[in-house]
Design a protein around this ligand. Sequence first.
Ligand code: ZN
Length: 121
Amino acid sequence: MIYQCKTCKRYFYRKFPIPSGKSYCYKKAKISDVVLVSKDWNFISNMINNYNTSSKWGFTTEELSTLKSRFSGIEESIFDDCLTGTTCILINNKTRIYHCDIITALKCSLEKRSMRAGELD
Ligand SMILES: [Zn+2]
């Protein structure tokens, strides 16, 4: 489940619905400031696929770090592992990371798990 903190505007993942009476934002926002935005990964997939990247082929590293700053709770080592060895392309001397690879990296790093067999290229 994808939630958004209304205070810092960041998105974060929870496996189970957030019980009432607790603070969950990484920046300690109150529970009332946290809203459910999606019960599945479609929200993330749509956000990445419709992201305003400078090339339709993928994200530059700068665009990727801007995207990542919109999330809380990304496990960096998992995120990097997911992108290690993936295919990149070079456009205007900049490495582009494919949208689909970023979606997988986000899913795994937010869920804090390794890639599943079907998610490998
Ligand atoms: Zn917050």
